[in-house]
Every structure is written in structure tokens, then in C-alpha cells.
Design a protein around this ligand. Structure first.
Ligand code: PAP
Length: 326
């Protein structure tokens, strides 16, 4: 079973040091394997190895941009938008097609702990786009910040209503394990998430770490919401461009450039591309699994009213006094 899992979810690539470390960590078992709690966050063992490798070996550059999220919160979309925003300053000739047409956003903006540093603390990063480097992570902010120290690099976090995240995770898990959509899987994801256990969870700690980070240091941490991006994409992409220091000019605003980027990065466009129908990530996950409905509120079709009110209650309690509302 272990061998069929994507490499970041397995437990077969640990250093002796990490084996010793995890033997002392709290753990829980889910359907995919053992999750270990390291500094308040749950990881499968190989991903934890990636986190440790990253913390040991990552050397930030001042211009780095890091896309951060909980899985299934809009990562693919934000990667595409950020990549497209930065690409527009590069003068491409008309016969040079956009990289987003031939590569998936996950191929263009690789994950730190789950891909680049998964196997080594000294990966070859020379293949990354030169400057700025675009990177991504699902780590919580306090873990990400360890090797960043006083680096002025920019972090963009995307957050999504956790009920929709849960349903999206459920579909994703069933799809990559080639299983029928099975309600038992949703129920166990729900039950463990409510207890604060789940890959990269507890979700409320994750969201709050970036929310507080964005309040404390708004020049370096931008907090975005999937729901706002759906409701007002024009305003949100402008916000993103301003934060990254590459604002749209008036000419760009009026000439339809923003609409073109939004169209290029739309779920409809990306999911229809050959690369996204047939390609796979470095961790052997079909790109097609990253595109589904992309709707706000799809959880209503799958969670019972009791499940919804339990999550609402948890969120209400955990986010109270934070200023964060859903
Ligand atoms: P990841 O964290 O594993 O990379 P992520 O991209 O965050 O996954 O989440 C996938 C969700 O984003 C899917 O939501 P759904 O299951 O509710 O449908 C997917 O459909 C949605 N998504 C992917 N690309 C886009 C896009 N271009 N625009 C809007 N939503 C998108």
C-alpha cells in the first residue's frame, strides 16, 4: 500500500536523525498512514523529512515569493495568477507561447517541503526561474519562517472556507487513490479535522498563523481568500499585483490585460489544456485531480446540517477575537 502513495505521503525516506525524532512525537493513524505532530502541525513522515530538510538548507533570496496555503484552498489558482502576473514584465515574442499553456502551475511553482526539499537539504535550485523565485508551501507560518529569519521575501497566503476545503480534500483523496467517492472517507476526514488532526492541520492554527502574520507585517504577508477571488477577481488580482510590487498600469487596466490573465488562469481554461488533462506532478499525482468544480459553497451538497453547524461552532470559537470572519 505504502508504495502506491505519492512519495511525500510515505514513510520510506527518513534519515536516522528523523527516525529518532519521530519516535518521540505524538502520532495518529489515518487511512493513508501515520501522521506526526511536529511543532503543532501534522505531517506524514516523508513530508516532515522535507520540512526538516527545508529548515536546514533553505537560503532565502530577498526577492523570493512564497505561495502558502492549506491543501485545497486555491493553491493551483493562486500559483497560476502569480506566475502570470510576473510573466507580463518579461517581453515574450508572439510566437513564444505562455508557459501556463504547456506546464501546470505546480510544475512552475514547486512546493518546498513536498518536492524541492523532500529528499535533500541541498537540492539543485538552478532550474527555478531566476528572479524572483516563485516557491510554495503548505507549512504553517512559524515553521516556514525558521530559515527566512529577517528576509524581506514576500508570502501570499490563500485561505478558503474549511467546509469547502474538506469536501475538496475528500474528492481529491478518492481521485488519487482511484477509489469511488466514498462517504466514509468524508466522515473520517470530518471527524479527525474537528479534533484538530489532519495533514497540515489543525486548520484553524494554520489559518490563524498567517492571518496574524499578515496583521503584524502587512508588507511581507498578504492574506487572500478564495471566496473574494471568486466574487471580485479583478479587485483581488490588483491587490496581489500591488503587494508584489508589480501594479497594473492604467493602460493595462483599460486595455483588457487583467481580463486576459484572469481568463488564462480560469479553471475552465486551465483544466481544458492538454498538459492538465494528461500530465502528472513530480509526486505522481495527475494534474487533472487539481481541477474540479471550483465553486463556493459546494460543501452544502455533501455535509449534513449537523456537520456544518459543528464546524461553524469550532470556527466561531477558534477565530473569536481574531477579527477573522467567514
Ligand atoms: P492543492 O492545495 O492540492 O494544490 P488547490 O489548488 O488548493 O489544491 O485546491 C483545488 C481546488 O481549487 C479545487 O476545488 P474543488 O474541489 O472545490 O472544485 C479546484 O477545483 C479549485 N481550482 C483549481 N484551479 C482553479 C482555478 N483556476 N480557479 C478556481 N478554482 C480552481
Amino acid at each position: 500500500m505504502d508504495k502506491e502513495l505519492p512519495p511525500n505521503l510515505r514513510e520510506d525516506n527518513l534519515s536516522e536523525e528523523t527516525k529518532t525524532l519521530i519516535s518521540s512525537l505524538p502520532w495518529e493513524k489515518d487511512r493513508l498512514g501515520k501522521l506526526y505532530n511536529y511543532h503543532g502541525c501534522w505531517y506524514y513522515a516523508n513530508t516532515l523529512q522535507g520540512v526538516l530538510n527545508f529548515q536546514k538548507g533553505f537560503k532565502p533570496q530577498d526577492t523570493d515569493i512564497i505561495i502558502a496555503s492549506l491543501p485545497k484552498s486555491g493553491t493551483t489558482w493562486l500559483k497560476a495568477l502569480t506566475f502570470a502576473l510576473l510573466e507580463r514584465s518579461k517581453n515574450r515574442s508572439s510566437d513564444d507561447p505562455h508557459s501556463l499553456l504547456s506546464n501546470n502551475p505546480h510544475g512552475l511553482v514547486p512546493f518546498l517541503e513536498a518536492v524541492l526539499y523532500l529528499k535533500s537539504s541541498k537540492p539543485d535550485l538552478t532550474k527555478l526561474s531566476s528572479s524572483p523565485r516563485l516557491l510554495s508551501t503548505h507549512m504553517p507560518l512559524h515553521t516556514l519562517q525558521v530559515p527566512l529569519k529577517d528576509s524581506p521575501c514576500k508570502i501570499v497566503y490563500v485561505c478558503r472556507n474549511v467546509k469547502d476545503v474538506l469536501v475538496s480534500q475528500w474528492y481529491f483523496r478518492c481521485a488519487y487513490s482511484h477509489k469511488e467517492v466514498d462517504k466514509n472517507i468524508l466522515e473520517s476526514l470530518f471527524e479527525s479535522s474537528c479534533r484538530g488532526v489532519g495533514f497540515y492541520g489543525p486548520f484553524w492554527e494554520h489559518v490563524l498563523s498567517y492571518w496574524k502574520g499578515s496583521l503584524d507585517d502587512s508588507k511581507h504577508v498578504l492574506f487572500m481568500r478564495y471566496e473574494d477571488m471568486k466574487a471580485e477577481p479583478f479587485a483581488q488580482i490588483k491587490r496581489l499585483a500591488d503587494f508584489l510590487g508589480c501594479p497594473f498600469t492604467e493602460e493595462e487596466e483599460h486595455s483588457g490585460s487583467i481580463d486576459k490573465i484572469l481568463e488564462l488562469c480560469s479553471l475552465r481554461n486551465l483544466s481544458g489544456l492538454e498538459i492538465n488533462k494528461t500530465g502528472k506532478t513530480e509526486n505522481n499525482v495527475h494534474y487533472s485531480n487539481f481541477f474540479r468544480k471550483g465553486e463556493v459553497g459546494d460543501s452544502k451538497n455533501h455535509l449534513t446540517p449537523e456537520m456544518e453547524s459543528k464546524i461553524d461552532m469550532i470556527i466561531g470559537e477558534k477565530y473569536k477575537d481574531s477579527g477573522l470572519e467567514f
